[in-house]
Design a protein around this ligand. Structure first.
Ligand SMILES: Nc1ncnc2c1ncn2[C@@H]1O[C@H](COP(=O)(O)OP(=O)(O)OP(=O)(O)O)[C@@H](O)[C@H]1O
Length: 267
């Protein structure tokens, strides 16, 4: 499989008052087309900074990010923005509360001029169905949806413009455990069906185990370890990873077992 996204010796420094914060230090990482790479690390380890650089929200201080072998510019044009999309933890930040769901889903079709104009209303209905929601949800406002339903809409919106890479920043951590399992199953199916590449930021190691092909472990802005998920879990190469695996039960053991079982049976 080809390298889809390449992070090549990337550093990011923020100037805060008179001192500098090194959020990322010489990070090199490759993501293969169609794979799910989990990005894991303690709070402040640089995960969101990496996401922001991939999305073009911030520019790297040094190093290069390549998409299909071509360096991405610091200021992204519409084509690059279309190809790399974000799904955030809180779907409300992606959806305008005053806008009906149909209008929110139509927006990327209009902005990126996707498909014939006359077919766009029908496409909105299809998008809703692709994420497991009834087409008539197009008439609702975000406040008339549950948290899980809103996150499905946010996923549909990220995929509406034919994106290839989806950066998922804790996409299920605000949802309860059963809804989490369903949304994760949906994400996994969409990735496989559409050949999407995922960069999946999470604190939740049971999520990582269930959906990631590979894991990248960050500590204080450095990439300390990367490898296939099972290998990193069963034979971690660094003490930091060993401590992280031992120390981050985000959900209770009983909940995690229940979700693992649900994900297993829904595959
Ligand atoms: N805009 C900014 N200005 C100044 N410092 C920043 C900025 N964004 C991030 N940082 C700093 O960079 C470091 C990495 O932050 P980042 O948000 O990437 O970590 P994280 O791993 O995503 O943390 P969390 O899991 O808590 O979201 C932290 O020390 C943070 O304070």
């Amino acid at each position: 499989m080809s390298v889809h996204l390449e992070i090549d010796n990337v550093s990011k420094t923020f100037q805060v008052g008179s001192h500098q914060v090194q959020a990322l230090r010489e990070v090199s990482l490759q993501v293969t087309r169609g794979e799910c790479l989990a990005v894991v690390g303690e709070s402040g380890s640089g995960k969101s900074t990496l996401a922001n650089l991939i999305l073009g929200i911030h520019a790297a201080s040094s190093g290069t990010i390549r998409l299909d072998g071509t360096a991405l510019p610091d200021t992204r044009g519409p084509e690059h923005r279309r190809r790399i999309q974000l799904v955030q933890q809180n779907p409300l930040s992606a959806l305008n509360p005053r806008r009906r769901i149909g209008a929110s889903l139509r927006l990327p079709l209009d902005v990126y001029d996707i498909g014939p104009k006359a077919g766009r209303a029908a496409r909105v209905g299809e998008l809703l169905q692709e994420v497991g929601l009834p087409a008539d949800f197009a008439h609702r406002k975000p406040s008339a949806l549950s948290g899980g339903q809103r996150q499905r809409v946010a996923i549909a919106r990220a995929l509406a413009c034919g994106s290839e890479i989806v950066v998922l920043d804790e996409p299920t951590s605000a949802l309860d455990v059963l809804v989490q399992a369903r949304v994760l199953t949906l994400l996994d199916r969409l990735r496989r069906d559409r050949g999407l590449t995922f960069v999946f930021i999470t604190h939740d190691l049971s999520v990582v185990r269930n959906i990631a092909d590979r894991v990248a472990i960050f500590e204080k802005g450095r990439l300390v370890e990367t490898g296939p998920t099972e290998q990193v879990f069963t034979a971690p190469a660094s003490d930091y990873t060993r401590r992280l695996i031992g120390a981050v039960p985000v959900v209770s053991d009983a909940e995690a077992r229940l979700r693992d079982k649900l994900l297993e049976t829904s595959k």
